[in-house]
Design a binder for this molecule. Structure first.
Ligand SMILES: Cc1cc2nc3c(=O)[nH]c(=O)nc-3n(C[C@H](O)[C@H](O)[C@H](O)COP(=O)(O)OP(=O)(O)OC[C@H]3O[C@@H](n4cnc5c(N)ncnc54)[C@H](O)[C@@H]3O)c2cc1C
Length: 495
Protein backbone atom coordinates (compact mmCIF):
# COMPACT_ATOMS: atom_id res chain seq x y z
CA UNK A 1 0.00 0.00 0.00
CA UNK A 2 1.25 3.52 -0.84
CA UNK A 3 2.32 5.36 2.31
CA UNK A 4 3.64 8.71 1.05
CA UNK A 5 1.13 11.39 0.09
CA UNK A 6 1.18 11.74 -3.72
CA UNK A 7 0.69 15.29 -5.03
CA UNK A 8 0.15 14.37 -8.68
CA UNK A 9 -1.16 11.44 -10.68
CA UNK A 10 -2.24 10.95 -14.27
CA UNK A 11 -5.51 9.23 -13.33
CA UNK A 12 -7.26 9.52 -9.96
CA UNK A 13 -9.79 6.80 -9.11
CA UNK A 14 -12.16 7.39 -6.19
CA UNK A 15 -13.38 4.13 -4.61
CA UNK A 16 -12.00 0.60 -4.39
CA UNK A 17 -15.19 -1.39 -5.19
CA UNK A 18 -15.33 -3.61 -8.30
CA UNK A 19 -15.81 -0.54 -10.54
CA UNK A 20 -12.84 1.41 -9.21
CA UNK A 21 -10.36 -1.45 -8.90
CA UNK A 22 -11.25 -2.87 -12.34
CA UNK A 23 -10.84 0.52 -14.07
CA UNK A 24 -7.59 1.15 -12.18
CA UNK A 25 -6.11 -2.28 -13.00
CA UNK A 26 -6.99 -2.00 -16.71
CA UNK A 27 -5.53 1.52 -16.96
CA UNK A 28 -2.35 0.57 -15.10
CA UNK A 29 -1.90 -2.39 -17.47
CA UNK A 30 -2.06 0.10 -20.33
CA UNK A 31 0.87 1.99 -18.81
CA UNK A 32 -0.87 4.89 -17.05
CA UNK A 33 0.10 6.28 -13.68
CA UNK A 34 -3.00 5.53 -11.57
CA UNK A 35 -3.78 6.39 -7.93
CA UNK A 36 -6.82 4.84 -6.23
CA UNK A 37 -8.22 6.28 -3.00
CA UNK A 38 -10.51 4.22 -0.79
CA UNK A 39 -12.21 5.57 2.33
CA UNK A 40 -12.51 2.24 4.14
CA UNK A 41 -9.94 -0.32 5.29
CA UNK A 42 -10.35 -3.51 3.24
CA UNK A 43 -11.77 -6.09 3.72
CA UNK A 44 -15.03 -4.20 4.33
CA UNK A 45 -18.62 -5.45 4.17
CA UNK A 46 -20.67 -4.86 0.98
CA UNK A 47 -23.89 -6.26 -0.46
CA UNK A 48 -24.02 -7.54 -4.07
CA UNK A 49 -23.01 -11.19 -3.91
CA UNK A 50 -24.44 -12.85 -7.02
CA UNK A 51 -22.45 -12.27 -10.21
CA UNK A 52 -23.39 -12.61 -13.87
CA UNK A 53 -21.13 -14.69 -16.14
CA UNK A 54 -20.10 -11.58 -18.13
CA UNK A 55 -17.99 -10.61 -15.13
CA UNK A 56 -15.53 -13.36 -16.16
CA UNK A 57 -14.81 -11.48 -19.41
CA UNK A 58 -13.98 -8.30 -17.52
CA UNK A 59 -11.79 -10.25 -15.10
CA UNK A 60 -9.91 -11.62 -18.13
CA UNK A 61 -9.28 -8.08 -19.34
CA UNK A 62 -8.12 -6.81 -15.95
CA UNK A 63 -5.93 -9.90 -15.43
CA UNK A 64 -7.70 -10.89 -12.18
CA UNK A 65 -9.48 -13.98 -13.52
CA UNK A 66 -6.89 -16.63 -12.42
CA UNK A 67 -6.93 -15.23 -8.86
CA UNK A 68 -10.74 -15.27 -8.71
CA UNK A 69 -10.88 -18.78 -10.17
CA UNK A 70 -8.32 -20.05 -7.65
CA UNK A 71 -9.91 -18.40 -4.61
CA UNK A 72 -12.63 -20.93 -3.93
CA UNK A 73 -15.76 -18.79 -4.31
CA UNK A 74 -19.05 -20.65 -4.73
CA UNK A 75 -19.58 -21.51 -8.40
CA UNK A 76 -22.94 -20.36 -9.78
CA UNK A 77 -24.42 -22.47 -12.58
CA UNK A 78 -27.54 -20.28 -12.98
CA UNK A 79 -30.74 -19.57 -11.11
CA UNK A 80 -33.89 -21.13 -9.77
CA UNK A 81 -36.82 -18.79 -10.34
CA UNK A 82 -40.36 -18.83 -9.02
CA UNK A 83 -42.19 -15.88 -10.47
CA UNK A 84 -45.95 -15.61 -10.01
CA UNK A 85 -47.33 -18.96 -11.07
CA UNK A 86 -44.25 -19.78 -13.17
CA UNK A 87 -41.33 -21.80 -11.97
CA UNK A 88 -38.18 -22.65 -13.88
CA UNK A 89 -34.43 -23.24 -13.66
CA UNK A 90 -32.00 -21.47 -15.90
CA UNK A 91 -28.49 -22.68 -16.56
CA UNK A 92 -26.05 -20.23 -18.10
CA UNK A 93 -24.79 -22.78 -20.61
CA UNK A 94 -28.09 -24.11 -21.92
CA UNK A 95 -28.73 -21.72 -24.81
CA UNK A 96 -25.21 -21.12 -26.15
CA UNK A 97 -21.76 -22.42 -25.43
CA UNK A 98 -20.44 -19.04 -24.16
CA UNK A 99 -20.60 -17.94 -20.55
CA UNK A 100 -21.00 -21.23 -18.74
CA UNK A 101 -20.98 -20.20 -15.09
CA UNK A 102 -20.33 -17.40 -12.68
CA UNK A 103 -19.65 -17.00 -8.94
CA UNK A 104 -21.47 -16.12 -5.74
CA UNK A 105 -19.00 -14.04 -3.75
CA UNK A 106 -18.51 -12.73 -0.24
CA UNK A 107 -17.97 -9.17 -1.31
CA UNK A 108 -15.50 -8.21 1.43
CA UNK A 109 -13.18 -10.96 0.11
CA UNK A 110 -13.91 -10.43 -3.60
CA UNK A 111 -13.41 -6.66 -3.40
CA UNK A 112 -10.15 -7.05 -1.45
CA UNK A 113 -8.88 -9.56 -4.00
CA UNK A 114 -9.62 -7.10 -6.84
CA UNK A 115 -8.07 -4.16 -4.98
CA UNK A 116 -4.90 -6.15 -4.19
CA UNK A 117 -4.81 -7.22 -7.83
CA UNK A 118 -5.00 -3.57 -8.97
CA UNK A 119 -2.05 -2.81 -6.71
CA UNK A 120 -0.10 -5.74 -8.14
CA UNK A 121 -0.67 -4.24 -11.62
CA UNK A 122 1.05 -1.01 -10.48
CA UNK A 123 -1.86 1.08 -9.13
CA UNK A 124 -0.94 3.26 -6.13
CA UNK A 125 -3.62 2.22 -3.66
CA UNK A 126 -4.36 4.26 -0.54
CA UNK A 127 -6.94 3.00 1.97
CA UNK A 128 -8.55 4.98 4.82
CA UNK A 129 -8.28 8.08 2.65
CA UNK A 130 -11.35 10.11 1.83
CA UNK A 131 -11.86 12.45 -1.09
CA UNK A 132 -13.42 15.52 0.48
CA UNK A 133 -13.49 18.05 -2.31
CA UNK A 134 -12.99 18.20 -6.07
CA UNK A 135 -11.60 21.32 -7.75
CA UNK A 136 -12.74 22.35 -11.25
CA UNK A 137 -11.72 24.72 -14.01
CA UNK A 138 -14.42 27.30 -14.71
CA UNK A 139 -17.03 26.70 -17.42
CA UNK A 140 -20.50 28.11 -17.99
CA UNK A 141 -22.21 24.71 -17.91
CA UNK A 142 -21.64 22.66 -14.73
CA UNK A 143 -21.24 19.34 -16.54
CA UNK A 144 -18.58 20.90 -18.79
CA UNK A 145 -16.29 21.99 -15.94
CA UNK A 146 -13.09 19.97 -16.01
CA UNK A 147 -11.91 18.60 -12.65
CA UNK A 148 -8.15 18.95 -12.04
CA UNK A 149 -7.49 18.33 -8.33
CA UNK A 150 -8.98 16.79 -5.20
CA UNK A 151 -8.59 17.56 -1.51
CA UNK A 152 -8.14 14.31 0.34
CA UNK A 153 -7.78 13.45 4.02
CA UNK A 154 -6.68 10.51 6.10
CA UNK A 155 -9.63 8.92 7.89
CA UNK A 156 -8.98 8.64 11.62
CA UNK A 157 -7.02 10.51 14.21
CA UNK A 158 -4.43 12.34 12.13
CA UNK A 159 -6.99 13.69 9.67
CA UNK A 160 -4.05 14.92 7.61
CA UNK A 161 -5.31 16.60 4.42
CA UNK A 162 -3.62 17.52 1.15
CA UNK A 163 -4.36 18.20 -2.51
CA UNK A 164 -3.65 15.88 -5.41
CA UNK A 165 -3.63 16.99 -9.07
CA UNK A 166 -4.69 14.75 -11.94
CA UNK A 167 -5.41 14.68 -15.68
CA UNK A 168 -8.45 12.38 -15.43
CA UNK A 169 -10.92 11.63 -12.67
CA UNK A 170 -12.69 8.27 -12.44
CA UNK A 171 -15.51 8.57 -9.92
CA UNK A 172 -16.23 5.03 -8.70
CA UNK A 173 -17.45 6.13 -5.27
CA UNK A 174 -20.55 3.91 -5.43
CA UNK A 175 -23.87 5.20 -4.23
CA UNK A 176 -22.15 8.13 -2.50
CA UNK A 177 -21.55 9.32 -6.08
CA UNK A 178 -19.46 12.37 -5.29
CA UNK A 179 -19.66 13.94 -8.75
CA UNK A 180 -23.39 13.33 -9.19
CA UNK A 181 -24.62 14.20 -5.71
CA UNK A 182 -22.25 16.97 -4.68
CA UNK A 183 -21.28 18.77 -7.87
CA UNK A 184 -23.42 17.91 -10.90
CA UNK A 185 -26.55 17.36 -8.76
CA UNK A 186 -28.03 15.38 -11.63
CA UNK A 187 -29.07 12.05 -10.06
CA UNK A 188 -32.68 11.18 -11.00
CA UNK A 189 -34.61 8.38 -9.29
CA UNK A 190 -36.97 6.10 -11.23
CA UNK A 191 -40.47 6.16 -9.76
CA UNK A 192 -41.09 2.61 -10.95
CA UNK A 193 -38.38 1.00 -8.80
CA UNK A 194 -38.43 2.41 -5.30
CA UNK A 195 -37.80 -0.66 -3.19
CA UNK A 196 -36.38 -1.47 0.23
CA UNK A 197 -34.25 -4.55 0.93
CA UNK A 198 -33.95 -6.36 4.29
CA UNK A 199 -31.47 -9.22 4.53
CA UNK A 200 -29.52 -11.52 6.81
CA UNK A 201 -27.15 -14.52 6.80
CA UNK A 202 -28.12 -18.08 7.70
CA UNK A 203 -25.82 -20.77 9.05
CA UNK A 204 -26.58 -24.49 8.47
CA UNK A 205 -29.31 -23.68 5.97
CA UNK A 206 -30.04 -26.13 3.15
CA UNK A 207 -28.99 -25.87 -0.50
CA UNK A 208 -31.07 -26.32 -3.63
CA UNK A 209 -30.89 -29.92 -4.91
CA UNK A 210 -28.15 -31.02 -7.34
CA UNK A 211 -27.22 -29.66 -9.90
CA UNK A 212 -28.57 -26.33 -8.59
CA UNK A 213 -26.75 -26.21 -5.26
CA UNK A 214 -24.70 -23.12 -6.25
CA UNK A 215 -27.60 -21.31 -7.96
CA UNK A 216 -29.37 -18.18 -6.76
CA UNK A 217 -33.03 -18.67 -5.84
CA UNK A 218 -35.20 -15.71 -6.85
CA UNK A 219 -38.84 -16.03 -5.81
CA UNK A 220 -41.73 -13.59 -5.87
CA UNK A 221 -44.00 -13.05 -2.87
CA UNK A 222 -47.26 -11.05 -2.83
CA UNK A 223 -45.59 -7.68 -2.22
CA UNK A 224 -42.10 -8.23 -3.46
CA UNK A 225 -39.47 -10.90 -3.95
CA UNK A 226 -36.78 -12.85 -2.10
CA UNK A 227 -33.19 -13.84 -2.94
CA UNK A 228 -31.30 -16.80 -1.47
CA UNK A 229 -27.60 -16.92 -2.35
CA UNK A 230 -25.29 -19.74 -1.18
CA UNK A 231 -21.80 -18.55 -0.19
CA UNK A 232 -18.53 -20.46 0.01
CA UNK A 233 -18.23 -20.14 3.82
CA UNK A 234 -21.43 -22.18 4.17
CA UNK A 235 -23.71 -19.18 4.82
CA UNK A 236 -26.92 -18.52 2.90
CA UNK A 237 -27.61 -14.84 2.16
CA UNK A 238 -31.37 -14.34 2.27
CA UNK A 239 -32.94 -10.99 1.39
CA UNK A 240 -36.47 -9.65 1.05
CA UNK A 241 -37.22 -6.79 -1.35
CA UNK A 242 -40.45 -4.82 -0.87
CA UNK A 243 -41.87 -1.76 -2.52
CA UNK A 244 -41.19 1.22 -0.26
CA UNK A 245 -44.92 1.84 0.42
CA UNK A 246 -45.47 -1.77 1.36
CA UNK A 247 -42.37 -1.74 3.56
CA UNK A 248 -43.52 1.47 5.29
CA UNK A 249 -47.00 0.14 5.90
CA UNK A 250 -45.76 -3.18 7.34
CA UNK A 251 -42.98 -1.58 9.36
CA UNK A 252 -45.46 0.84 10.99
CA UNK A 253 -47.23 -2.09 12.66
CA UNK A 254 -44.53 -4.74 13.09
CA UNK A 255 -40.82 -4.78 13.87
CA UNK A 256 -38.22 -5.61 11.25
CA UNK A 257 -37.70 -9.17 12.53
CA UNK A 258 -41.41 -9.99 12.18
CA UNK A 259 -41.64 -8.31 8.79
CA UNK A 260 -38.65 -10.36 7.54
CA UNK A 261 -39.88 -13.65 9.05
CA UNK A 262 -43.39 -13.24 7.63
CA UNK A 263 -42.05 -12.46 4.18
CA UNK A 264 -39.84 -15.59 4.18
CA UNK A 265 -42.77 -17.70 5.37
CA UNK A 266 -44.61 -16.65 2.18
CA UNK A 267 -42.44 -18.95 0.04
CA UNK A 268 -42.11 -22.68 0.53
CA UNK A 269 -38.77 -23.10 -1.23
CA UNK A 270 -37.01 -20.45 0.86
CA UNK A 271 -38.73 -21.59 4.08
CA UNK A 272 -37.52 -25.10 3.29
CA UNK A 273 -33.92 -23.91 2.81
CA UNK A 274 -33.75 -22.05 6.12
CA UNK A 275 -35.74 -24.60 8.17
CA UNK A 276 -32.57 -26.38 9.32
CA UNK A 277 -30.59 -23.17 9.87
CA UNK A 278 -30.36 -20.19 12.18
CA UNK A 279 -29.65 -16.58 11.40
CA UNK A 280 -26.32 -15.08 12.43
CA UNK A 281 -26.02 -11.35 13.20
CA UNK A 282 -28.46 -8.48 12.80
CA UNK A 283 -30.69 -7.81 9.83
CA UNK A 284 -29.45 -5.24 7.37
CA UNK A 285 -31.70 -2.74 5.61
CA UNK A 286 -31.05 -0.60 2.57
CA UNK A 287 -33.24 1.37 0.19
CA UNK A 288 -32.44 0.25 -3.31
CA UNK A 289 -34.10 2.96 -5.37
CA UNK A 290 -33.02 2.81 -8.99
CA UNK A 291 -31.46 5.99 -10.39
CA UNK A 292 -29.35 7.41 -13.17
CA UNK A 293 -27.47 10.66 -13.58
CA UNK A 294 -28.37 12.81 -16.55
CA UNK A 295 -24.79 12.60 -17.77
CA UNK A 296 -22.18 9.96 -17.00
CA UNK A 297 -19.07 11.72 -18.29
CA UNK A 298 -17.67 15.12 -19.22
CA UNK A 299 -14.33 16.81 -19.87
CA UNK A 300 -11.72 14.79 -17.99
CA UNK A 301 -14.13 12.75 -15.88
CA UNK A 302 -15.95 9.41 -16.05
CA UNK A 303 -18.54 8.08 -13.61
CA UNK A 304 -18.34 4.33 -13.10
CA UNK A 305 -20.73 1.77 -11.57
CA UNK A 306 -23.17 2.95 -8.90
CA UNK A 307 -21.63 6.43 -8.98
CA UNK A 308 -23.41 6.90 -12.34
CA UNK A 309 -26.51 4.70 -12.10
CA UNK A 310 -28.10 1.89 -10.14
CA UNK A 311 -30.61 -0.75 -11.12
CA UNK A 312 -32.92 -2.72 -8.84
CA UNK A 313 -31.00 -5.91 -7.87
CA UNK A 314 -33.56 -8.38 -9.27
CA UNK A 315 -31.33 -9.31 -12.22
CA UNK A 316 -28.01 -9.18 -10.28
CA UNK A 317 -26.61 -6.59 -12.66
CA UNK A 318 -24.72 -4.25 -10.26
CA UNK A 319 -21.21 -5.68 -10.45
CA UNK A 320 -21.65 -6.35 -14.17
CA UNK A 321 -22.50 -2.68 -14.81
CA UNK A 322 -19.65 -1.53 -12.55
CA UNK A 323 -17.11 -3.64 -14.48
CA UNK A 324 -18.60 -2.85 -17.89
CA UNK A 325 -18.35 0.90 -17.23
CA UNK A 326 -14.84 0.40 -15.82
CA UNK A 327 -13.81 -1.28 -19.07
CA UNK A 328 -15.50 1.45 -21.14
CA UNK A 329 -13.61 4.08 -19.12
CA UNK A 330 -10.30 2.31 -19.71
CA UNK A 331 -10.81 2.04 -23.48
CA UNK A 332 -12.02 5.64 -23.75
CA UNK A 333 -9.08 7.16 -21.86
CA UNK A 334 -6.60 4.89 -23.63
CA UNK A 335 -7.93 5.74 -27.10
CA UNK A 336 -7.99 9.48 -26.40
CA UNK A 337 -4.49 9.55 -24.89
CA UNK A 338 -3.03 7.60 -27.80
CA UNK A 339 -4.66 10.01 -30.24
CA UNK A 340 -6.83 7.32 -31.89
CA UNK A 341 -9.93 9.42 -31.20
CA UNK A 342 -10.51 12.94 -29.92
CA UNK A 343 -11.26 13.53 -26.23
CA UNK A 344 -14.80 14.58 -27.14
CA UNK A 345 -15.36 11.39 -29.14
CA UNK A 346 -14.06 9.25 -26.28
CA UNK A 347 -16.33 10.98 -23.76
CA UNK A 348 -19.34 10.63 -26.05
CA UNK A 349 -18.57 6.97 -26.72
CA UNK A 350 -18.45 6.25 -22.98
CA UNK A 351 -21.60 8.23 -22.28
CA UNK A 352 -23.62 6.52 -25.02
CA UNK A 353 -22.29 2.99 -24.51
CA UNK A 354 -22.83 2.95 -20.77
CA UNK A 355 -26.26 4.58 -21.04
CA UNK A 356 -27.38 2.13 -23.74
CA UNK A 357 -26.30 -0.84 -21.60
CA UNK A 358 -28.15 0.61 -18.62
CA UNK A 359 -31.32 1.42 -20.59
CA UNK A 360 -31.48 -2.05 -22.13
CA UNK A 361 -31.29 -3.61 -18.68
CA UNK A 362 -33.86 -1.15 -17.33
CA UNK A 363 -36.31 -2.15 -20.08
CA UNK A 364 -35.48 -5.85 -19.51
CA UNK A 365 -36.13 -5.43 -15.78
CA UNK A 366 -39.47 -3.75 -16.46
CA UNK A 367 -40.48 -6.50 -18.90
CA UNK A 368 -39.46 -9.13 -16.34
CA UNK A 369 -41.59 -7.52 -13.63
CA UNK A 370 -44.49 -7.42 -16.09
CA UNK A 371 -44.45 -11.20 -16.33
CA UNK A 372 -45.82 -11.45 -12.81
CA UNK A 373 -49.45 -12.59 -12.51
CA UNK A 374 -50.60 -10.64 -9.48
CA UNK A 375 -50.34 -7.22 -11.05
CA UNK A 376 -52.91 -5.75 -8.64
CA UNK A 377 -50.60 -5.67 -5.65
CA UNK A 378 -48.85 -2.43 -4.84
CA UNK A 379 -45.45 -3.87 -5.72
CA UNK A 380 -46.29 -4.40 -9.35
CA UNK A 381 -48.21 -1.21 -9.94
CA UNK A 382 -46.98 1.76 -11.94
CA UNK A 383 -44.10 -0.08 -13.49
CA UNK A 384 -44.32 1.60 -16.82
CA UNK A 385 -41.33 3.56 -17.86
CA UNK A 386 -41.74 7.27 -18.42
CA UNK A 387 -39.87 9.77 -20.55
CA UNK A 388 -37.97 10.70 -17.48
CA UNK A 389 -36.74 7.08 -17.06
CA UNK A 390 -35.93 6.45 -20.70
CA UNK A 391 -34.99 9.62 -22.60
CA UNK A 392 -36.36 9.53 -26.17
CA UNK A 393 -33.06 10.62 -27.61
CA UNK A 394 -31.37 7.54 -26.20
CA UNK A 395 -33.93 4.80 -26.70
CA UNK A 396 -33.40 4.73 -30.44
CA UNK A 397 -29.64 4.46 -29.98
CA UNK A 398 -30.03 1.67 -27.41
CA UNK A 399 -32.42 -0.46 -29.42
CA UNK A 400 -31.95 0.05 -33.17
CA UNK A 401 -29.35 -2.67 -33.50
CA UNK A 402 -31.41 -5.00 -31.30
CA UNK A 403 -34.96 -4.71 -32.53
CA UNK A 404 -36.08 -4.27 -36.07
CA UNK A 405 -38.61 -1.53 -36.68
CA UNK A 406 -37.46 0.84 -33.95
CA UNK A 407 -35.75 3.20 -36.33
CA UNK A 408 -38.64 3.31 -38.83
CA UNK A 409 -41.25 4.01 -36.20
CA UNK A 410 -39.12 6.68 -34.66
CA UNK A 411 -38.68 8.49 -37.92
CA UNK A 412 -42.11 8.43 -39.54
CA UNK A 413 -44.87 8.52 -36.97
CA UNK A 414 -46.24 11.40 -35.04
CA UNK A 415 -45.66 10.92 -31.33
CA UNK A 416 -43.08 8.40 -32.43
CA UNK A 417 -41.08 8.48 -29.19
CA UNK A 418 -44.00 7.12 -27.24
CA UNK A 419 -44.61 4.48 -29.89
CA UNK A 420 -40.97 3.52 -29.79
CA UNK A 421 -40.87 3.12 -26.03
CA UNK A 422 -44.01 0.98 -26.11
CA UNK A 423 -42.74 -1.03 -29.06
CA UNK A 424 -39.46 -1.68 -27.29
CA UNK A 425 -41.22 -2.74 -24.09
CA UNK A 426 -43.65 -5.00 -25.94
CA UNK A 427 -40.86 -6.62 -27.92
CA UNK A 428 -38.78 -7.08 -24.79
CA UNK A 429 -41.77 -8.65 -22.99
CA UNK A 430 -42.27 -11.02 -25.93
CA UNK A 431 -38.59 -12.00 -25.80
CA UNK A 432 -38.68 -12.56 -22.04
CA UNK A 433 -41.79 -14.75 -22.42
CA UNK A 434 -40.10 -16.68 -25.25
CA UNK A 435 -36.99 -17.14 -23.14
CA UNK A 436 -39.03 -18.53 -20.24
CA UNK A 437 -40.87 -20.85 -22.58
CA UNK A 438 -37.68 -22.18 -24.14
CA UNK A 439 -36.11 -22.83 -20.76
CA UNK A 440 -39.22 -24.25 -19.14
CA UNK A 441 -38.97 -27.87 -20.11
CA UNK A 442 -35.37 -28.96 -20.48
CA UNK A 443 -36.25 -32.24 -22.14
CA UNK A 444 -38.35 -30.53 -24.77
CA UNK A 445 -35.89 -27.69 -25.26
CA UNK A 446 -33.92 -29.40 -27.99
CA UNK A 447 -36.90 -31.01 -29.66
CA UNK A 448 -39.25 -28.01 -29.75
CA UNK A 449 -36.83 -25.21 -30.52
CA UNK A 450 -34.32 -25.45 -33.29
CA UNK A 451 -30.76 -24.19 -32.85
CA UNK A 452 -31.60 -20.96 -34.60
CA UNK A 453 -34.39 -19.98 -32.14
CA UNK A 454 -32.25 -20.80 -29.13
CA UNK A 455 -29.22 -19.00 -30.49
CA UNK A 456 -31.24 -15.97 -31.55
CA UNK A 457 -32.73 -15.69 -28.08
CA UNK A 458 -29.35 -16.11 -26.40
CA UNK A 459 -27.71 -13.52 -28.69
CA UNK A 460 -30.50 -11.08 -28.01
CA UNK A 461 -30.03 -11.29 -24.23
CA UNK A 462 -26.25 -11.27 -24.65
CA UNK A 463 -26.63 -7.89 -26.28
CA UNK A 464 -29.09 -6.67 -23.68
CA UNK A 465 -26.55 -7.56 -21.04
CA UNK A 466 -24.01 -5.45 -22.87
CA UNK A 467 -21.13 -7.90 -23.00
CA UNK A 468 -21.35 -7.91 -26.78
CA UNK A 469 -19.60 -4.55 -26.87
CA UNK A 470 -16.52 -6.74 -26.60
CA UNK A 471 -17.59 -9.81 -28.53
CA UNK A 472 -19.17 -8.28 -31.61
CA UNK A 473 -16.65 -5.60 -32.58
CA UNK A 474 -17.76 -3.39 -35.50
CA UNK A 475 -21.29 -4.84 -35.42
CA UNK A 476 -21.80 -3.28 -32.01
CA UNK A 477 -20.33 0.14 -32.88
CA UNK A 478 -21.65 3.21 -31.08
CA UNK A 479 -21.21 6.45 -33.00
CA UNK A 480 -18.89 4.64 -35.45
CA UNK A 481 -16.54 3.44 -32.69
CA UNK A 482 -16.16 0.01 -31.13
CA UNK A 483 -14.12 -1.61 -28.36
CA UNK A 484 -10.87 -3.29 -29.30
CA UNK A 485 -9.25 -5.66 -26.80
CA UNK A 486 -6.15 -6.82 -28.65
CA UNK A 487 -3.28 -6.32 -29.02
CA UNK A 488 -4.10 -3.44 -26.60
CA UNK A 489 -7.31 -2.05 -25.11
CA UNK A 490 -8.72 0.83 -27.11
CA UNK A 491 -11.28 2.07 -29.59
CA UNK A 492 -11.39 1.45 -33.32
CA UNK A 493 -13.35 3.13 -36.10
CA UNK A 494 -15.75 1.30 -38.35
CA UNK A 495 -14.04 1.55 -41.69
C1 LIG B 1 -29.95 -4.89 -1.69
C2 LIG B 1 -28.94 -4.97 -2.80
C3 LIG B 1 -28.63 -6.20 -3.37
C4 LIG B 1 -27.70 -6.28 -4.42
N1 LIG B 1 -27.41 -7.49 -4.98
C5 LIG B 1 -26.55 -7.56 -6.03
C6 LIG B 1 -26.20 -8.81 -6.62
O1 LIG B 1 -26.67 -9.88 -6.21
N2 LIG B 1 -25.33 -8.81 -7.65
C7 LIG B 1 -24.76 -7.66 -8.13
O2 LIG B 1 -23.98 -7.72 -9.09
N3 LIG B 1 -25.04 -6.46 -7.57
C8 LIG B 1 -25.91 -6.39 -6.54
N4 LIG B 1 -26.16 -5.18 -5.95
C9 LIG B 1 -25.51 -3.98 -6.49
C10 LIG B 1 -24.02 -3.87 -6.06
O3 LIG B 1 -23.95 -3.84 -4.67
C11 LIG B 1 -23.40 -2.61 -6.65
O4 LIG B 1 -23.93 -2.34 -7.91
C12 LIG B 1 -21.87 -2.70 -6.78
O5 LIG B 1 -21.28 -2.89 -5.52
C13 LIG B 1 -21.32 -1.43 -7.43
O6 LIG B 1 -19.92 -1.40 -7.39
P1 LIG B 1 -19.13 0.00 -7.40
O7 LIG B 1 -17.69 -0.33 -7.55
O8 LIG B 1 -19.77 0.93 -8.35
O9 LIG B 1 -19.42 0.64 -5.95
P2 LIG B 1 -19.07 0.09 -4.50
O10 LIG B 1 -18.85 -1.36 -4.53
O11 LIG B 1 -20.11 0.62 -3.60
O12 LIG B 1 -17.68 0.78 -4.16
C14 LIG B 1 -17.57 2.17 -3.93
C15 LIG B 1 -16.40 2.42 -2.98
O13 LIG B 1 -16.16 3.84 -2.92
C16 LIG B 1 -15.73 4.17 -1.62
N5 LIG B 1 -15.96 5.62 -1.42
C17 LIG B 1 -17.16 6.26 -1.39
N6 LIG B 1 -16.96 7.59 -1.18
C18 LIG B 1 -15.62 7.77 -1.10
C19 LIG B 1 -14.79 8.92 -0.90
N7 LIG B 1 -15.31 10.16 -0.73
N8 LIG B 1 -13.44 8.77 -0.88
C20 LIG B 1 -12.88 7.53 -1.05
N9 LIG B 1 -13.62 6.41 -1.22
C21 LIG B 1 -14.97 6.52 -1.27
C22 LIG B 1 -16.61 3.29 -0.73
O14 LIG B 1 -16.02 3.11 0.55
C23 LIG B 1 -16.69 1.99 -1.55
O15 LIG B 1 -15.72 1.03 -1.13
C24 LIG B 1 -27.07 -5.08 -4.88
C25 LIG B 1 -27.37 -3.86 -4.29
C26 LIG B 1 -28.30 -3.78 -3.26
C27 LIG B 1 -28.61 -2.45 -2.64
Amino acid sequence: MTTTNPQKTQILVIGGGPGGSTAAAMLAREGFDVTLLERDAFPRYHIGESLLPSVLDFLDLSGARPKVEAYGFQRKPGGHIEWGSNQWDLYFNELTGNHQYSFQVIRSEFDKLLLDHAESEGVKVMQCVEVQKIHFHDAAEVSQRRPYAATIAQVGESGEAWDINFDYLVDASGRAGIMATRYLRNRKYHDAFKNVAVWGYWEDAGRLPHPKEGAIATVSIPNGWIWAIPLHDGMLSVGVVLHKDSFKEKNSRQDLETLYAEALADNETVSGLIASGHRVGDLKVETDYSYASTNFAGPGYFMVGDAACFLDPLLSTGVHLAMLSAMLTAVSITAAERGDVSHEEATEFFENSYRCAYLRLLVFLTAFYHQYDGKDSIFWMARRLSNHDVPETKIKLAFTSLMSGVEDLMDVREGAELMTRDLVLDEMSRRVAENLQIRHDKKQMKALYDDHVREDNATFFGQVEGIDVIARGPEQAVGGLYVKTSPRLGLARVS
